[in-house]
Design a protein around this ligand. Structure first.
Ligand SMILES: CCCCCC/C=C/CC(=O)SCCNC(=O)CCNC(=O)[C@H](O)C(C)(C)COP(=O)(O)OP(=O)(O)OC[C@H]1O[C@@H](n2cnc3c(N)ncnc32)[C@H](O)[C@@H]1OP(=O)(O)O
Length: 188
C-alpha cells in the first residue's frame, strides 16, 4: 500500500509501504494511483514527494507475485500519470531503486538520492527488459551509451555515479525525505 500525508504546508508525501523492500505489489500500485489522485485533487498541494518506508525506496517488481495471476493497476500508465502530473513530483531515493523501482523514479520530474543508495535496472539478470519505459526514459536522461551500459549489464550504480551520469539531481548524506521536500517546495 501507500500512505499519504501533507508536509511543510503544501507538499503531498506518498510513502510506499511493502516490507522488506517496498516492491511494486498490486496493493502498492493501487496505493500509488489512489494517493496521486488525492494529491492532485487537493488545491493546497503544490508539489509531491514519493519515498519508501524504512529508508528503502523500491526494489522493483514483487518477486512474491511472480507466477501468480496479474491483478491491480498496470505499472506503465501509472508512471505515465506521474510524469504527466501538473504538480512537480520528486523521488526521494534511499536504500535501493531497482528495476521497476528505478522506472518509477525515472517517471518523477526530479530525483534526490541518499549517498548510500544503489540504483539499477537488473531486469537483464532475470531474462527481462525494463518494460515500464525505463529503456526509453533512461537514454533520454543520460544518453544512449550510458543507458545501454546499465540496461545490458544490469549493474547497480552508487549515488555518486548516478549524480555524475545525471540520473539523480542531488545527493545528500542527511535525511533524503527532508531534502526532497525542500526541493519540492523550491520547484512548486
Ligand atoms: C506486473 C506487475 C508489476 C511489474 C512491475 C514492473 C516490473 C519490473 C521488473 C523488475 O522490477 S525486475 C527487478 C526486480 N528486483 C530485483 O531483481 C531486486 C532483487 N533483490 C535484490 O537485488 C536484493 O534483494 C536487494 C534489494 C538489493 C537487497 O539485498 P540485501 O542483500 O540487502 O537483502 P536480501 O537478503 O537480498 O533481501 C532482503 C529481503 O528482501 C526480499 N526482497 C528482495 N527483493 C525483493 C523483491 N523485488 N520483491 C520482494 N521481496 C524482495 C528478499 O527476499 C529478502 O526477504 P527475506 O524474507 O528476508 O528472505
Amino acid at each position: 500500500m501507500a500512505q499519504y500525508t501533507r508536509v511543510a504546508g503544501s507538499v503531498g508525501l506518498i510513502t510506499l509501504q511493502n516490507p522488506p523492500v517496498n516492491a511494486l505489489s498490486a496493493m502498492v500500485r493501487q496505493g500509488i494511483v489512489d494517493t496521486m489522485e488525492r494529491a492532485l485533487s487537493a488545491p493546497e498541494v503544490k508539489s509531491l514527494v514519493i519515498c519508501g518506508q524504512k529508508e528503502t525506496f523500491c526494489g522493483g517488481a514483487d518477486i512474491r507475485e511472480f507466477g501468480t495471476k496479474m491483478s491491480g493497476p498496470p505499472l506503465i500508465p501509472l508512471i505515465h500519470a506521474i510524469e504527466a502530473s501538473t504538480k512537480p513530483v520528486v523521488a526521494a531515493i534511499e536504500g535501493v531503486a531497482l528495476g521497476g523501482g528505478l522506472e518509477l523514479a525515472l517517471g518523477c520530474h526530479y530525483r534526490i538520492s541518499h549517498s548510500k543508495a544503489k540504483l539499477g535496472l537488473p531486469e537483464v539478470t532475470l531474462g527481462l527488459l525494463p518494460a515500464a519505459a525505463g529503456s526509453q526514459r533512461l537514454p533520454r536522461l543520460i544518453g544512449v551509451p550510458a543507458a545501454l551500459d546499465l540496461i545490458t549489464t544490469g549493474r547497480h550504480v552508487t549515488a555518486a555515479e548516478a549524480l555524475q551520469l545525471g540520473i539523480v539531481d542531488q545527493v545528500t548524506d542527511h535525511s533524503t525525505v527532508d531534502a526532497a521536500v525542500k526541493f519540492a517546495l523550491s520547484v512548486a
